[in-house]
Write a protein that binds this ligand. Structure first.
Ligand SMILES: Nc1ncnc2c1ncn2[C@@H]1O[C@H](COP(=O)(O)OP(=O)(O)OP(=O)(O)O)[C@@H](O)[C@H]1O
Length: 267
């Protein structure tokens, strides 16, 4: 693997909340074109690691390099301009405007950081055309003129993904997009995520639905208690005893509140 195939390099990132080390000296790379799963039990540090990539939280140590450029000290909006886009766990649409306009707003905000200017900007036909393309990519173009408030969660999640794609990201960060969906809905949304990746968008996927993760991800990074405990091909990673222990440990912790020890980190 040559250095220039790395779209993202996360090196020694550590995030603390008071006395809690939520992310502990974590390093991993994401190759251009890759669909990487970032997994681990509840509280492992996945979302915090993701937020340190987007700049929402500030690590106390380590660096984040995108396209060979150190972005560790850039604010969120500049990281977005450099090609990052984050689709959040919770979907918060603007309920008074159509699904199409929700996505067009995101397309407009690519050109301005002001929501008001973005609103004026989206009157331009270009953003609406672009928004329609994004809705097509995520399979809900037929719902473009509907209001988001009456839509099921699966549609809102697709709309949220279209909004993230409207920023034309090189790297799309998806935080638990399948949460709350039934198995059929999860499967079809996972298919859409794999399609978007095939269309050229590099993706980091945080997800608890391990069967879908195993099905669509090319590689996994596993966190537990803030530390990276494994990385590699999905089958190899899931066969590792320390990964199994981390997940079983999480279950037994929930049941008995007993701490569980995991194995050493793997490169
Ligand atoms: N803003 C915050 N302030 C204080 N502690 C936080 C904050 N965000 C996360 N934490 C703590 O950091 C640890 C890691 O949380 P994080 O949300 O990153 O884990 P996760 O792997 O994404 O979990 P889940 O799968 O449950 O979403 C947890 O102990 C959590 O309580």
């Amino acid at each position: 693997m040559t250095q220039d195939t790395h779209l993202l390099e996360v090196s020694g990132v550590t995030v603390q909340f008071g006395g809690l080390v939520a992310v502990d000296n974590v390093s991993f790379n994401v190759q251009r074109g890759e669909l990487l799963g970032l997994i681990g039990p509840n509280g492992a540090g996945k979302t915090t690691a993701m937020r340190s990539i987007t700049g929402v939280v500030k690590p106390v140590a380590g660096r984040v390099v995108l396209n060979g450029k150190d972005i560790s000290n850039l604010p969120v909006h500049q990281r977005i301009r450099k090609g990052l886009s984050l689709s959040q766990q919770l979907v918060r649409p603007f309920r008074e405007i159509s699904i199409l306009d929700n996505v067009a707003l995101a397309a407009g905000s690519r050109y301005t950081q002001s929501p008001l200017k973005a609103l004026l900007h989206v009157s331009a036909q270009a953003e609406r055309t672009r928004a329609r393309d994004m809705l097509e990519r995520v399979g809900i173009a037929h719902l473009a003129d509907q209001m988001p408030g009456i839509q099921p969660l699966g549609v809102l999640k697709r709309m949220e993904m279209a909004r993230a794609l409207a920023l034309d990201p090189e790297l799309l960060l998806l935080d638990e997009p399948l949460a709350g969906l039934n198995s059929k809905e999860a499967q079809t949304l996972a298919d859409t995520i794999a399609d978007v990746n095939r269309q050229g968008v590099t993706i980091i996927l945080i997800e608890h639905n391990l069967s879908e993760v195993m099905r669509i991800c090319q590689r996994l990074v596993v966190l537990d208690n803030g530390r990276k405990i494994a990385s590699g091909a999905p089958r190899d990673v899931m066969a590792q005893p320390n990964v199994r222990a981390a997940y079983l440990g999480a279950e037994s912790t929930e049941a008995s509140n007993t701490a569980t020890e995991t194995g050493d980190a793997h490169a």
